[in-house]
Design a protein around this ligand. Structure first.
Ligand SMILES: [Ca+2]
Ligand SMILES: [Ca+2]
Ligand SMILES: [Ca+2]
Ligand SMILES: [Ca+2]
Length: 521
């Protein structure tokens, strides 16, 4: 899953209608807003006529989209920009917004269109020669889009200078600049929602945020949220691993599905927090324990809604229990049409196709073994191991009946067929519902990293189980991986019975088998 994380800083003209930049530092890698750069030292003995500001074309922008164009090839390099490496030819233009200072417009400037064929940087500034009070963008979306986009809100009639340049001395050429003037820019409003912290495994938590809101100009883009503890204090997370820097308290994400063009909408954020996600919630138990989330929406011009407090915890209910927006089903169960947690149809089908394993009961004091040969190929499965991530792949399923009697069931994947394959093994009383399985029913590595096969032992195991074998893999398999799975039924002996001190062939029900007597105590 790809979550578009908010990673650009608010572009805020230092004139009007702006929130303070510190409240909009929403991305995890978005640092504090840069200080306004000092005025560059423009050498006074350089004739102005040779510089980028010596021959500036002025454009009167109109409401809507227009495309401006130019060419930086062999242009001057005298201006100091606040992004890019410098040394690249430059071209400056002047733009004038329509209307008067009592109007407010959104302005989008982007080289990421048309015939711009080089890695640009783009800076908007109040005066041509001076970067102070301006903003620079290098890449709209590095590394996918290295051309540049600026978004800001300005009063009508504003005159500003735009400098088009390249990332470094090697980058120059003809450019197209899409300039869009947007009327009626309105901040989004937040009407309600839920912020559910959902357990996805014994170790892992995900945040699933759903918000209802509106935006008169239809450009709501995502949400910024803070985690609050029971006292209402904001919880920080040391997401950069550096204790010297302040803990991150704000997290900003774009909606998982765009709501662009909608004036009222329900948007979702996440799930956030699983393995490999930007906020590994399992690493930040304090966040998982949050009582509430303080949420606000932002739009395409990074205008924000008023904040709203949303409950930060969901109640996890079980198979067959009533479910709704705040009473959520555990993975992989889903809240069915009857509003109770049920096993998804695909899981029911997979379970019905499980290989039946009939175990032979030991007749004496010696365990019986039965091995099944299997293989897991490419493809997405329907179950997830409750004790480990990276089990999106297919499952081998075995429906096992342990005959009546005093037996332990030991199931393991070690053997020549499995070899070095990294397995995860788990047992379910009801196939498809791992949430009811004890922790001991799931196992990853016998002895990491030397032995990554798995072993599950169920004492006095009489009854039925479904065992699932998975491969611990990130990403897709390309070929079948052979696996062996062995079921051992181990008799549990009574006092005085001859026993195996190693505990392999049998186990004494009354204590350890003494090597001296080899008789159960
Ligand atoms: Ca760039
Ligand atoms: Ca808006
Ligand atoms: Ca799986
Ligand atoms: Ca393993």
């Amino acid at each position: 899953m790809n979550l578009a994380r908010l990673s650009t800083l608010l572009l805020c003209w230092a004139l009007t209608a702006c929130d303070s930049p510190t409240t909009t530092d929403a991305g995890t890698d978005a640092g504090p807003a840069p200080d306004a750069p000092a005025a560059p030292d423009v050498p006074r003995d350089v004739p102005v006529a040779t510089g980028a500001c010596s021959d500036v074309t002025s454009y009167e922008l109109t409401i809507g989209e227009q495309t401006l164009s130019g060419d930086t090839t062999d242009g001057p390099t005298d201006l100091v920009l606040t992004c890019g490496e410098g040394g690249s030819p430059q071209e400056a233009i002047e733009i004038v917004l329509p209307g008067t200072s009592s109007d407010t417009y959104g302005l989008v400037l982007s080289t990421a269109s048309g015939d711009t064929m080089f890695d640009t940087v783009l800076e908007i500034r109040p005066t041509c020669e001076d970067a102070e009070g301006g903003f620079c963008n290098d890449d709209e979306n590095y590394p996918d889009e290295v051309r540049s986009t600026l978004r800001t809100i300005l009063p009508g009639g504003t005159r500003a200078f735009v400098v088009v340049s390249g990332y470094n001395a090697d980058e120059s050429g003809a450019w197209d600049l899409r300039a869009e003037v947007v009327e009626n820019v309105n901040p989004p409003s937040l009407e309600g929602g839920t912020a559910l912290m959902v357990a996805t495994s014994e170790f892992d938590r995900e945040l699933r945020l759903t918000v209802r809101g509106g935006d008169a100009d239809g450009d709501a883009a995502g949400a910024i949220f803070e985690f609050l503890d029971a006292t209402g204090a904001v919880i920080g997370a040391n997401t950069d691993g550096d204790t010297a820097t302040p803990d991150q308290t704000e997290f900003g994400y774009y909606f998982a599905e765009s709501v662009e063009g909608m004036t009222t909408f329900t948007g979702t954020i996440g799930p956030i927090g699983g393995f490999g996600m930007d906020i590994p919630l399992s690493d930040f138990p304090a966040l998982v324990g949050a009582s509430e989330l303080r949420v606000r929406l932002f739009d395409g011009f990074e205008q924000q809604s008023a904040p709203m407090l949303l409950p930060g915890a969901a109640t996890q209910v079980a198979l067959g229990e009533a479910c709704d927006a705040t009473n959520v089903c555990p993975l992989v169960l889903e809240c069915g049409t009857a509003a109770v947690c049920e096993i998804p149809a695909a899981v029911v089908s997979a379970c019905a196709a499980a290989t039946e394993v009939t175990l032979v009961a030991p007749t004496g004091g010696t365990s019986t073994l039965q091995t099944q040969d299997g293989a897991i190929g490419p493809g997405e499965g329907v179950l997830l191991a409750p004790c480990q991530g990276a089990t999106d792949g297919l499952e081998l399923l075995y429906a096992v009946t342990v005959p009546a009697g005093d037996f332990d069931l030991e199931v393991f994947t070690a053997g020549t067929r499995t070899g070095m394959a990294d397995t995860v093994l788990y047992a379910m009383r009801t196939c498809g519902d791992t949430s009811a399985s004890p922790v001991a029913f799931c196992h990853d590595d016998a002895n990491y990293p030397d032995d990554v096969t798995s072993i599950v032992t169920i004492p006095n195991a009489t009854g039925t189980y479904t065992f699932a074998v998975e491969l611990y893999v990130d990403g897709a398999l390309t070929a079948d991986v052979p696996l062996g799975i062995t079921f051992r039924l181990r008799p549990v002996l009574t006092t005085g019975a001859a026993c195996d001190p190693m505990g392999v062939e049998n186990r004494c029900g009354t204590g350890d088998c003494p090597s001296a007597t080899m008789l159960c105590p």
